[in-house]
Design a protein around this ligand. Structure first.
Ligand code: GLV
Ligand code: MN
Ligand code: MN
Ligand code: MN
Length: 391
């Protein structure tokens, strides 16, 4: 099922995917979603925030459905599985239930959340955050991409009404339970020797922008003593982040940097760097950011913060039992990766996640992988879980 998606947004030089929200690549993927829904006779809806829903059976007041799915956008130069595996598996699990002759007693939905990665506008899980009211629509609309286009501009260009963005109780009330299947982004299942696992928790995590300002100047004629070079405090911050993360037992990453004006023969005038910090303990993550901000000599802005997510234990154990296929329950693992399922869980929607083994653990990279047999095991587990939840 992922095969028709393989060329969409693929960079032929790297085999990586660039599937920014609302880009031509993501629009093509949304078309694919609509086609898959139509092929199965599902009722397709786009909600106020651009999330796509395909329903088998009509959800309504007092009749919420069981929903599964994920996202189709990617990080820049991402892999083929982060997101699309969950959406393709959702459709495949519906097919499997039909082949089994199962008539679900509840409406069944497949969802594609928009802009999960935040690759374009900086804030992750924009679609699910807007849906649940966790992101203020005015703030979302003002977010800018690297070209300076706001989300409002981009939505207008895509033929959407930016004025409709915001908390959507009607759509949300249709979701009785949400299950997101995702490629594992680590090697937990490799260590367990199992193809499928269940999420226990998502670490608290956030993104911060550090703006280091200096004085742009000539690289040849400006004496060292006369320089105000923002690259130096930036470099110190990167090293300090690594040292503090190791000391505090968290992870910290500087994966995006913008150097202005970006001349090889000029001292830069400004360096902007994005810090991503996560860990099991919120206090440690906060301590790291505070420590870096205090020592950096930069203007620091929090771009997003996601508190810890502890998935509903009863639902989690039910999934582990069902996904275990009658044998040993599937292993239960925490993750440092953010997901729309976490946003829904925080909003009070009973939510859970299935992970599919990733042989190398590599993710957010073209090297991300999952074996065909493990993907199939994921679909079977998801179908079993949906069948159980729809009783
Ligand atoms: C999403 O994949 C994230 O955890 O950044
Ligand atoms: Mn991701
Ligand atoms: Mn993902
Ligand atoms: Mn010159």
């Amino acid at each position: 099922m992922l095969e028709p998606l393989a060329p969409i947004g693929r960079d032929p030089d790297t085999d990586g995917y660039v599937r920014d929200a609302w880009s031509p690549a993501e629009m093509e993927l949304r078309e694919w979603f609509a086609g898959e829904a139509a092929r199965r006779g599902l009722d397709l809806r786009e909600d106020r925030n651009g999330n796509l829903w395909a329903w088998q059976g009509e959800p309504g007041p007092g009749r919420p459905g069981v929903v599964t799915g994920s996202h189709l956008d990617s990080v820049r130069q991402g892999g083929a599985y982060d997101g699309p595996l969950g959406v393709a598996s959702a459709f495949a699990a519906l097919d499997l239930l039909r082949a089994r002759g199962v008539t679900p007693a509840r409406p069944l939905g497949v969802v594609c959340f928009t802009d999960e990665e935040g690759a374009r506008f900086g804030v992750p899980c924009v679609g699910s955050r807007l849906l649940t009211g966790a992101l203020d629509p005015a703030r979302a609309l003002a977010l800018k991409d690297d070209d300076g286009d706001t989300l409002a501009d981009v939505l207008t260009k895509a033929g959407r009404d930016p004025g409709r963005l915001g908390r959507d109780d009607e759509t949300l009330s249709a979701v009785g339970t949400f299950v997101e299947l995702h490629v594992e982004q680590g090697r937990g299942l490799v260590h367990e020797g199992r193809p499928v696992g269940v999420a226990s928790a998502i670490w608290p995590h956030g993104r911060w922008r550090f703006d280091f300002r200096g004085q742009a100047n000539h690289a040849g004629t400006t004496r060292l003593a006369d320089r105000d070079d923002p690259m130096l405090p930036f470099a110190r911050m990167v090293l300090a982040a690594r040292e503090a993360a190791a000391r505090l037992g968290v992870v910290a990453t500087v994966g995006k940097v913008r150097v202005s004006p970006g001349n090889a023969n000029a001292v830069p005038g400004q360096v902007s760097a994005w810090l991503d910090a996560r860990g099991a303990g919120e206090r440690d993550v906060r301590a790291l950011v505070r420590e870096l901000a205090e020592g950096a000599g930069a203007a620091v802005a929090e771009e997003s913060w996601t508190p810890v997510v502890s998935f509903d234990e009863a639902l989690r154990d039910r999934l582990a039992r069902v996904a275990g296929g009658g044998g040993t329950p599937a292993p239960v693992l925490p993750t440092g990766a953010g997901h729309d399922a976490g946003i829904l869980a925080t909003a009070g929607v009973p939510s859970a996640m299935l992970f599919v083994r990733n042989p190398t653990g590599v993710s957010h990279s073209p090297d991300e992988h999952a074996e065909q047999a493990d993907c199939e095991a994921g679909v079977v587990a998801l179908a079993d879980v949906l069948e159980d939840l729809c009783r």
